[in-house]
Design a protein around this ligand. Structure first.
Ligand code: GLC
Length: 560
């Protein structure tokens, strides 16, 4: 049986050009680690602007910028203290304007990050909430509650932080007495906004308009399944070890609550009131069957599909991670997204080197030594598979260079709050500054050789200039694949997708019209099936002799 993916045209207006985001390749820039123009060891907006031609040269359609707003940087900028300005470490508002203008000149759309679940504790409204005391309108902007116990000395409920430890911190009231507690689903320095309060809705509507007015083409919504908390802030169920119980396929009690989607219902008309196809993509780590409720003409445009990222290497797992989201996407008439890496997970060039495990969270410890060669081989194969799929693909800076996760960062240099709170390795290993030049200080990341995290030696041979124009390099593989994807219209739903059933067991095969995509997930090199021997080889993720499909390799072929 073959699965026929629907070829139905977009419902909005079949005669119009489909909105850009429906098949876009989007390149995520993590500003601290992309390119440093002023030599302080921290990437910045002018550094990004100067490298935009490189990004455009990959053939991508858009960039997504992780937060660059004023922030004490306790969570890499996801702790925002002012949503409508630029952190001086990264530049100025004029630099943001220049970046957006240059991106547009180069034909790149710009997606900015919006962080609506929480702010930084240094946000002036949180400081005002602390100063104003219990019962004040200022305090009502955040989630404050009385503690339990005789003197309120126990947290209001048993929720724990995503970054480990308690999700509540007690404050000292303006009169010096121990007082209320505030909720922070993440770090202590990231208090949750109170979305029950209309003033919070108004604040974020102003933030959206601020960036839309400055030319942003879309928003990546952080913790998009957060914001609305269950009424009465009830305790979560705990298991026999006293840990919060999250049954398979479910989410913690404070995520994915009724009412979250109403926020997107309010935001959508704002985006639609601007020219061009302004969009929002949601970051929601929730079971995939829950995602469609957030997507539609009157709510968000799309959400990350993390199932593909989480799928283990293998025919069944990867096929399921393709079929399921495609079916769900059809139901809401919004193409799915594909993503293999971002700033929160172990880079996929390392992840696929764990056998047979497929860990992606909490970082890589020094003791774990995945097979780097195998990891890169499979990562290239997975990327080539991803780029053949209909919908939009999100790339994370450096994956086009095949960068691995960095394990040997000295603990004292690690900045991830999860590392500081719980001692897990954390996410710094995927955030190490990019290597641009093989033979330059800090591999060309900064003019002075400063780098906020040390770069490993292997980054030299992976530097962009070492791969530029080199046949078979990961950089050239991405460039070729992205170009072909666009020429062949593979991102569009118009080339029907069907799985091939008559292949050897370790081979995942699918067709997109004339194009045949084969992934050999096995350990043995194979001969191509007879009926494909005459096919034209379009691109291969690893060197392959004519008529063969090497182990851990993806091929795109065109039937003659
Ligand atoms: C999102 C971000 C992550 C951040 C967290 C809290 O998951 O991607 O980097 O730590 O939200 O804002």
């Amino acid at each position: 049986m073959t699965l026929q993916h629907s070829t139905a045209p977009a419902a909005h207006d079949a005669s119009a050009t489909p909105a850009w985001w429906r098949d876009a390749v989007v390149y995520q820039v993590y500003p601290r680690s992309f390119a440093d123009s002023n030599g302080d060891g921290m990437g910045d907006l002018p550094g990004i602007t100067a490298r935009l031609p490189y990004i455009a040269g990959l053939g991508v359609d858009a960039i997504w910028l992780s937060p660059f707003y004023p922030s004490p940087q306790h969570d890499g900028g996801y702790d925002v203290s002012d949503y409508t300005d630029v952190d001086p470490r990264f530049g100025s508002l004029a630099d943001a304007d220049a970046l957006i203008a240059r991106a547009h000149e180069l034909g790149l759309k710009v997606i900015v990050d919006i962080v609506p679940n929480h702010s930084s504790s240094e946000h002036e409204l949180f400081q005002a909430a602390l100063a104003a005391g219990p019962g004040s309108p200022e305090r009502d902007m955040y989630v404050f509650a009385e503690g339990k116990g005789e003197h309120g000395e126990l947290p209001p409920n048993n929720w724990t932080s995503i970054f480990h430890g308690e999700a509540w911190t007690r404050v000292t009231e303006p009169d010096g007495t121990p007082g209320q507690w505030y909720l922070h689903l993440f770090d202590t320095t990231q208090p949750d906004w109170n979305w029950e309060n209309p003033a919070v809705h108004e604040l974020f509507e102003r933030v959206l308009r601020f960036w839309l007015d400055r030319g942003a083409d879309g928003f990546r919504v952080d913790v998009a399944h957060g914001m609305v908390k269950p009424e009465g802030l009830p305790d979560a169920q705990v298991n026999s070890e006293g840990l919060i119980d999250i049954p398979e396929g479910e989410v913690p009690i404070y995520f994915d609550n009724d009412g979250v989607v109403d926020i997107y219902r309010q935001w959508r008309p704002i985006l639609d009131s601007y020219e061009g196809d302004r969009m929002m993509v949601l970051e929601a780590w929730i079971p995939e069957h829950r995602l469609p409720q957030y997507i539609g003409q009157d709510r968000a445009h799309q959400s990350f599909n993390f199932g593909f990222l989480q799928a283990r290497w293998g025919v069944e797992t990867m096929r399921r991670a393709i079929e399921k989201p495609l079916a769900l996407a059809d139901a809401v008439d919004s193409p799915t997204t594909w993503v293999l890496s971002n700033h929160d997970v172990i880079r996929h060039a390392t992840r696929y080197g764990f056998a047979p495990d497929h860990r992606f969270g909490e970082g890589l410890s020094r003791e774990e030594v995945p097979d780097a060669e195998l990891g890169l081989l499979r990562a290239r194969a997975a990327s080539l598979l991803m780029l053949a799929l209909p919908g939009s693909a999100y790339l994370y800076q450096g994956e086009e260079l095949g960068l691995p996760e960095v394990a040997d960062i000295p603990d004292e240099l690690r900045e991830d709050p999860a590392h500081k709170r719980a001692g897990v390795p954390g996410r710094d290993g995927c955030r190490v500054p990019l290597p641009w030049q093989q033979d330059a200080p800090a591999f060309g990341f900064s003019p002075t050789g400063e780098s906020w995290l040390p770069q490993p030696e292997v980054f030299g041979q992976l530097a962009a200039d070492a791969q530029e124009g080199v046949e078979g390099s990961t950089l050239e593989l991405y460039r070729t694949a992205i170009r072909l994807r666009s020429e062949l219209g593979l991102g569009r739903p118009t080339a029907p997708l069907a799985f091939l059933e008559d292949l050897p067991a370790p081979v995942l095969g699918l067709t997109r019209g004339d194009v045949v995509v084969l992934v050999n997930t096995g350990e043995e090199d194979l001969e191509l099936p007879t009926h494909l021997r005459e096919a034209e080889l379009l691109v291969a993720s690893a060197p392959s002799a004519p008529g063969t499909l090497p182990a851990d390799t993806t091929l795109w072929l065109r039937r003659r």
